[in-house]
Write a new protein. Structure first.
Length: 159
């Protein structure tokens, strides 16, 4: 299975890059992983709703260039469906059983995803009602994908 993480912005902190590299290496046993970074837009302090919409639209256009026909697109969104780790593992397993061979997970920038990307998504996934830094979210997402593959392979992993 091909899994792509499409994320807005670069990861600047070395400890997060190290964690991303570690989970990417671990996932190599289970899937082909791609991490695609698209440029983020600077968001001015106290930006108006209109300016935020423009920023999300620009970032959305950059994301859209990487979305592939036939790929199952999962957008990370606060208002998406929350799953347990076992629930995510089951979703990935069911997609595989339905013949889906390419999953693309999209992480927006600091102000979220453009409505066009949310509309294009086949599934909206929420990790929490809390807001996480989008750079940290990449690590959390990779860890949960790794955990899902371990669950599906009936292999032990810490709880």
């Amino acid at each position: 299975m091909q899994i792509d993480i499409i994320a807005v912005g670069k990861v600047k902190e070395s400890y997060l890059r190290d964690a991303i590299a570690e989970y990417s290496k671990r996932l190599g046993r289970y899937c082909k992983l791609g991490i695609i970074e698209v440029a983020d837009e600077k968001t001015p302090e106290n930006a108006s709703e209109g300016v935020e919409r423009q920023i999300k639209a620009k970032e959305g256009e950059r994301i859209a260039k990487h979305l592939r026909d036939g790929a199952y697109v999962i957008a990370l969104a606060i208002d998406g469906k929350m799953l347990s780790s076992e629930g995510l593992a089951n979703e990935i397993s069911q997609l595989g059983l339905r013949g889906v061979s390419h999953i693309q997970l999209v992480i927006g920038g600091s102000i979220g995803l453009d409505d066009a990307i949310l509309s294009r998504a086949d599934y909206k996934l929420s990790f929490s009602k809390m807001t996480f830094p989008h750079q940290l979210m990449r690590v959390i997402l990779l860890e949960q994908i790794y955990r899902a593959f371990k669950i599906n392979a009936h292999e032990p992993y810490h709880k």
